[in-house]
Design a protein around this ligand. Structure first.
Ligand code: ADP
Ligand code: MG
Length: 338
């Protein structure tokens, strides 16, 4: 009998990995926006067509890539963000798995234009279903311009599984809002089918909240601030009267990464106990800063889950910060919108 186990070709391995990382157009939006943030951009534009089904394009003014790096960026497990296993315990960037571009390029038609400001010429690369179709030098602006066309064009089962444009666009907006909230010092714009949806100037967090959610939030926010040697909490909560029946405007960012965390959500809810109408949820945007040795974000490929080594302490500090904000908002309600 002959041996029967074979190593899969890269294109198939990438397509399998894509199953976890790329579920829908919004997953592409998240990965590309995070790459632009990691590249130290000051201005990021997101251009969407058909809720991202036919086009997700991100243009940034970040550090760009060399010719070789541009090609390497589509290899699986290829990253500039970590080098050793020790680095896994000190992650400051949003990415580190080196999987996103390889996965996206396995299930779409991708065009990358990129240039470092120190290089005279930039690079253009077209990849389709993991096959490099074009690679050439080209004139381009400093930064990176990456288009993802016809997501799942080669995976009909996935393409058919996509929901209506309205539903997919809701997911795109969620991802966009999370990244825009986490990075108020970066300007963001979003265009859908040529119409401007958001144009967010760089500024303070309070301004970013108001420009995303609306002017009526201005009077409703109370600042949060609490610090111990172990963890720092900052951000804003909505006043209890402002609570809504629907969930969705609750945001935790741990070291600038959006995460879902039921246990910490519970901490906020406990602080609000007795102040909210039944079945309603307060608005909050809370940033938790903690030494990365105390967290593990390598729980799931999408990295929206996180483990703290001392969850209870973080819970206590979040609870205390929200209590304090609630206690003082009547006395000092207004924000500095200067
Ligand atoms: P990861 O972000 O986990 O490193 P990705 O597949 O998302 O993996 O990206 C691979 C690499 O390509 C990154 O490590 C980075 O060096 C480079 N890269 C991707 N997007 C950009 C960008 N917008 N600007 C500059 N470099 C980028
Ligand atoms: Mg990435």
């Amino acid at each position: 009998m002959t041996d029967i186990i074979r190593l899969l070709p890269d294109a198939i391995a990438n397509q399998i990995a894509a199953g976890e990382v790329v579920q829908r157009p919004a997953s592409v939006v998240k990965e590309l926006l995070e790459n632009s943030v990691d590249a130290k951009s000051t201005s990021i534009q997101l251009i969407i067509r058909e809720a991202g089904k036919s086009l997700v394009q991100v243009i940034d003014d970040g550090m760009g890539m060399s010719e070789t790096d541009a090609r390497m960026s589509f290899e699986r497990h290829a990253t500039s963000k970590i080098r050793t296993s020790d680095d896994l315990f000190s992650i400051r960037t949003l990415g580190f798995r080196g999987e996103a571009l390889a996965s996206i390029a396995a299930v779409a038609q991708v065009e990358l234009r990129t240039r470092r400001s120190s290089d005279e010429l930039g690079s253009l690369i077209r990849v389709e279903a993991s096959q490099i179709k074009v690679q050439e030098a080209t004139a381009s602006l400093p930064g990176t311009n990456l288009s993802v066309k016809n997501l799942f064009f080669n995976v009909p089962a996935r393409r058919n599984f996509l929901r209506s444009n309205a539903v997919e666009m809701r997911h795109v907006l969620d991802e966009f809002q999370r990244v825009a909230l986490a990075n108020p010092e970066i300007s963001f714009a979003l265009y859908h089918n040529d119409a401007e949806v958001y144009n967010l100037p760089a500024g303070k967090l309070s301004h970013r909240i108001v420009s995303i959610f609306g002017k009526n939030y201005r009077e409703q926010l109370a600042p949060c601030q609490e610090e111990t040697p172990f963890v720092k909490v900052t951000g804003y909560i909505g006043k209890p009267e402002f609570a809504r029946k629907t969930r969705g405007e609750q945001f935790f960012f741990v070291n600038n990464r959006y995460v879902r965390h039921n246990y910490l959500h519970h901490a906020v809810m406990s602080a609000f106990e007795g102040l909210l109408p039944d079945d309603s949820y307060p608005f909050y945007v809370l940033f938790i800063e903690i030494d990365p040795v105390h967290i593990d974000i390598n729980v799931h490929p999408t990295k929206t889950e996180i483990k703290f080594d001392d969850e209870r302490s973080v819970y206590a500090i979040v609870l205390a910060s929200v209590r304090k904000a609630l206690g003082s908002h009547n006395i000092a309600p207004s924000l500095d919108f200067g």
